[in-house]
Design a protein around this ligand. Structure first.
Ligand code: N01
Length: 497
């Protein structure tokens, strides 16, 4: 195949690496660490951002924190006794990732401000021809996408939004220079991000309008600081830290039952959430407006101790009427009411089910990934795609979680990729290609398993679902233990000999 036909000029002078990893967030860094530990030093990590850290580098809105306990939201091979809180804030997680990059000697392998633009598979040479950033061209035998799913902001297309005269920004691109003091601030959305920053900005704003389309299930967050005594204990007796992590793991893992169809457990969690709502919201009208009308878990369950109290502040108004129009200095809702707005903040999430936005990935026979995924985005175990040899995805389709730490899934996937690389070496192959039947079998199983889950039957629309078919193509419909078992090692039968 002539790669020039597909846009990437061929050149013998093009530098090459064995493995190219795209993205330096949790997934990309984990992959890089494991490559280094295996002595496979011919790799490069390219990162579109100006620093490493992925979502924890990008999201810097006030109150940004993890809703999974820190001791579970870190690498199993690099536990951190020094977490300051049960649920670490963004800055601490970002610092942890940067310290990992230093500790494992990754920085010389990382090239920042270099976004992947195009990768074209060259069947004859068995390499990917890659174009990235401002003019980087590189050949890679193996291409690993660690770009994640939650990074391209989603903006609603409200009539007139472009005419808005004041500062307008998304939670993921927070404008720290925008002064909110005494201003009329409008927040669109009440998802995981908004419920974290709304309580932070409410005391600053003159008037805070929170536009809610669908209320979320919100349960209390058992947050607390770790005392020096506990940190010392974790440091001196690693077994204590391990034990604590295990406890957290099983506490979270068991919750999957509520999502997979166990009504009793779901009802128990709903009761906790409703009690939490009732505790803070005494006004029956406001309580009704904040009460979800779908089954818990259908959308991501949220954790917060301060969102409901914030909604009772005199300067905060929950607006449930749909937005009809955005004007230069106001928002008009469908009932005709017009509210003055100085600053507009979008907490409207990400384009999760539109994969690889802005990237052209051409596999075998010139087939582009968006074409291959025309009907459904899919990958075997969320990692490999038939038609795209030597290409691996971390946090790919059907591998997200709603109940446990996604870092566990990342580690399982990285282990799987490493086993693929070892299998190639063992077979003396330079190319690894997934059999179409393996992918089809996996997808059929995902669809069948999904049918019984709360994500399909819970009576909501969520970002987990493909907007066209309503199928959940984002989450793993099972336990983490099950996923770990299935990804322990690549099976030769799934790949062409
Ligand atoms: O985004 P979301 P997010 N008009 O998609 C609303 C992760 N995360 O950035 O529900 C009006 O959850 C939308 O309403 P509806 C986590 O995985 C993790 O908050 O679609 N409203 C919803 O309320 C999370 O799930 C942490 O009806 C509109 C909101 O905008 C994911 O990121 C912290 C609208 C979007 O909520 C995304 O969270 C933060 C419209 N046209 C985030 N369009 C951790 O702690 C959308 N909305 C690990």
């Amino acid at each position: 195949m002539n790669t020039e036909e597909h846009g990437v000029p061929e050149s013998t002078a093009t530098p090459s690496v064995d493995v190219l990893v795209v993205g330096a967030g949790f997934a990309g860094l984990c992959m890089a660490i494991k490559l280094r530990q295996a002595g496979m030093d011919s790799f490069l990590v390219i990162e579109k951002g100006e620093d490493i850290g992925g979502t924890w580098q990008e999201n810097r809105y006030p109150g940004c924190a993890c809703d999974i306990p820190s001791h579970l939201y870190c690498f199993s091979f690099d536990l951190n006794p020094d977490w300051n809180r049960m649920y670490a804030p963004q800055a601490e997680i970002w610092a942890y990732l940067k310290s990992c990059a230093e500790r494992y000697g990754l920085m010389p392998h990382i090239r920042l401000k270099t976004a992947l633009r195009e990768a074209v598979w060259d069947e004859a040479a068995g390499v990917w021809h890659v174009a990235a950033g401002e003019g980087l061209r590189i050949k890679a035998r193996v291409l690993i996408s660690a770009i994640g799913a939650l990074h391209v902001p989603r903006y609603p297309n409200f009539t007139g939004a472009e005419r808005f005269a004041g500062p307008a920004f998304h939670s993921a691109t927070w404008d720290a220079s925008a002064d909110l003091t005494g201003k009329n601030v409008a927040v669109i959305g009440t998802g995981a991000s908004a419920i974290q920053f709304v309580p932070q900005i409410a005391p600053l704003a003159g008037k805070l309008l929170v536009f809610q389309r669908t209320p979320a299930w919100i349960v209390p967050k058992p947050d607390a600081e770790f005392s020096e005594k506990w940190k010392r204990r974790f440091r001196r007796v690693p077994g204590v830290m391990w034990g604590f992590r295990k406890l957290l793991f099983w506490q979270h893992e068991i919750r999957v039952l509520a999502f997979l169809g166990n009504k009793r457990m779901r009802k128990a969690l709903e009761a906790i959430a409703l009690r939490n709502l009732g505790k803070w919201i005494k006004d029956p009208k406001l309580r009704e407006a904040l009460t979800p009308k779908y089954a818990l878990g259908c959308k991501r369950v949220l954790f917060s101790n301060d969102f409901y109290p914030t909604m009772t502040r005199p300067n905060v108004e929950l607006v449930t009427e749909r937005i009809a129009e955005v004007r230069e200095r106001s928002i008009v809702t469908q009932d005709g009411a017009e509210r003055p707005v100085d600053v507009l903040i979008y907490g409207t999430g990400f384009r999760v089910t539109e994969p690889m936005i802005g990237i052209r990935l051409v596999g075998r026979d010139g087939v582009e990934i968006h074409e291959a995924w025309r009907e459904r985005m899919s990958a075997f175990l969320g990692v490999t795609v038939s038609g795209f040899p030597n290409f691996f995805i971390l946090l790919g389709p059907n591998t997200g979680l709603g109940h446990n730490s996604v870092v566990l899934m990342i580690e399982a996937q990285v282990r799987y990729v490493m086993s693929c690389l070892k299998l190639m070496r063992k077979r003396g192959q330079t190319t690894m290609h997934l059999r179409r039947e393996s992918q089809e079998r996996f997808v059929a199983q995902m669809t069948q398993r999904m049918g019984r889950t709360v994500w399909q039957t819970g009576g909501c629309r969520s970002w987990y679902q493909d907007q066209r078919t309503g199928e959940n193509v984002t989450l793993w419909p099972g336990s983490v233990v099950d996923y770990m078992r299935r990804t322990r090692a690549a099976r030769a039968n799934d790949y062409e000999a």
